[in-house]
Design a protein around this ligand. Structure first.
Ligand code: EPZ
Length: 422
């Protein structure tokens, strides 16, 4: 397993190009299952999660052609061979469950393994199941697989979600495009990745209103056609690199960054005394003087503070002036980066879903271990600020969601390299 070695204390200067969003691409790719016509995605990120989704779709018979070094993906499901998403693939990536809605909508059947828990939580699928049953699906859990059928196809329905689940909203949104009649999703998730999916589905011929609000209305149509769609900018990668200059000082311009994608995050940075400036090409963040101030953070559904930026924010607050309180309201176990940061000299107390961070002057480099995708990048960021050398092991977590981390940070002056593991 590879490790990444970071030398701390070097100010950053320069530009970082932000890639297409992992969490948009992972729902856009299964959308190909809704049509026998090809779906072309541009600005696709080059990540191992994309390779996993590709393998899953290919196991169903989808043709996936990758071009321009993975930035363009052409998908075609005109020759499907299976409607079963196998445990071996699903257990590696929860987003595999996003084939459920499209398979039911167009093939009226699906067998999808439950993803099983992961490091950050149990991650059940009850909201997905209840919603699709409201649309006429019959879904039974057997041997760890959801066996779903929709005799005669799905029917439009009012679908209230008990929680604004991103994945459940995506599954229902895709399923409703081919259902008979009107579907109204209530308490829908409002994340930009949902908006991006709706834009893509509309290009394919879907009739959708209200994406980005809590109520989305979909008029089912008979079939969907071909489309070409650019994957939206990755707001989590954007937030991650906006933070980078705050750790050891300097100034970084995130090319392709849009303020509307990270509004609540940028407001927290502003409160911490870190200036975010809009430029013609993106967003610029500079930390000229002194340490950032402590701020309190509570993760919420969009447009609130994103849970996927909580670990990175905690890492930054470890060397802020004062005490910060972070509340993780979305997942039940998303503070695994805290013990690793403590190894670097951070002063953090974790009580259930609340972490209290007392800012210290400096962190010290140390060997640390990545536990999940966002925790791993928070340790690399902490290494930028730490005195001496930080070695982050198990960086396969990182490669799931961040393309070429060491190249992007090295390009703005960081001393960082990947060491091949045994
Ligand atoms: C998406 O996961 C993202 N993944 C996650 O990003 C992100 O953290 C999450 O949304 C929240 O924003 C992708 O888009 C591929 P949820 P998802 O359904 O859809 C509970 C990353 O780092 N829940 O909104 O799985 C669930 O357990 C990843 O890129 C149920 O209880 O998130 C969790 O506590 C991590 N029952 C909460 O809701 C359900 O049926 C949020 O889950 C579904 C969810």
């Amino acid at each position: 397993m590879d490790s990444i070695v970071v030398q701390g204390g070097i100010a950053l200067q320069g530009k970082i190009k932000i890639a297409g969003a992992k969490n948009a691409a992972l729902t856009l790719m299964p959308a190909t299952l809704l049509s026998e016509e090809p779906l072309t995605l541009t600005n696709a990120p080059r990540l191992s999660d994309i390779q996993t989704m590709t393998a899953l779709l290919q196991s169903l018979g989808v043709e996936v052609t990758s071009m321009q070094d993975g930035k363009v993906q052409v998908l075609s499901s005109h020759a499907m061979t299976s409607t079963t998403a196998d445990y071996e693939i699903v257990r590696k990536m929860r987003a595999s469950n996003l084939v459920l809605g499209p398979l039911l909508a167009r093939h009226h059947q699906a067998v999808v393994s439950l993803p099983g828990g992961c490091a950050i939580g149990a991650r059940p699928m009850d909201i997905h199941v209840t919603a699709l049953e409201a649309m006429g699906a019959e879904i039974e859990l057997k041997d760890g697989y959801l066996h779903a059928t929709a005799k005669g196809g799905l029917k439009g329905a009012r679908v209230p979600l008990r929680f604004a689940s991103v994945g459940a909203t995506e599954n229902v949104l895709m399923a409703a495009t081919l259902a008979k009649g009107t579907t109204i999703i209530e308490n829908a998730a409002r994340e930009p990745e949902i908006v991006d999916l709706a834009h893509c589905l509309r290009r394919m011929g879907a009739q959708i209103d209200g994406e980005g609000t809590s109520t989305i209305t979909i008029e089912g149509v008979g079939r969907l056609g071909a489309a070409t769609h650019p994957v939206v900018t990755d707001r989590i990668e954007l937030g991650t690199y906006m933070l980078a200059p705050v750790f050891a000082g300097g100034e970084v311009e995130c090319i392709g960054g849009r303020l509307d994608l990270v509004q609540s995050f940028a407001e927290k940075l502003d409160a911490a005394g870190v200036a975010v400036t809009e430029t013609p090409d993106g967003l610029k963040v500079a930390r000229k003087n002194g340490r950032p101030h402590a701020v309190n953070v509570t993760t919420e559904v969009f447009p609130g503070f994103p849970t996927d930026l909580q670990a990175q924010m905690m890492a930054m607050l470890c060397t802020a002036e004062g005490t910060s309180v972070l509340e993780e309201k979305i997942f039940e176990n998303r503070f695994m980066h805290a013990p690793e940061l403590i190894r670097m000299g951070a002063d953090i107390e974790v009580q259930g879903g609340t972490a209290t961070v007392h800012g210290v002057e400096r962190l010290k480099g140390a060997p640390v271990m990545a536990t999940d995708l966002r925790a791993s990048v928070s340790l690399i960021l902490a290494g930028l600020a730490a005195e001496g050398e930080t070695i982050v092991s198990r960086v396969y977590h990182l490669d799931r969601g961040y393309e070429q981390v060491e190249e992007k940070l090295r390009a703005v002056g960081a001393k960082i390299e990947r060491v091949a593991g045994s």
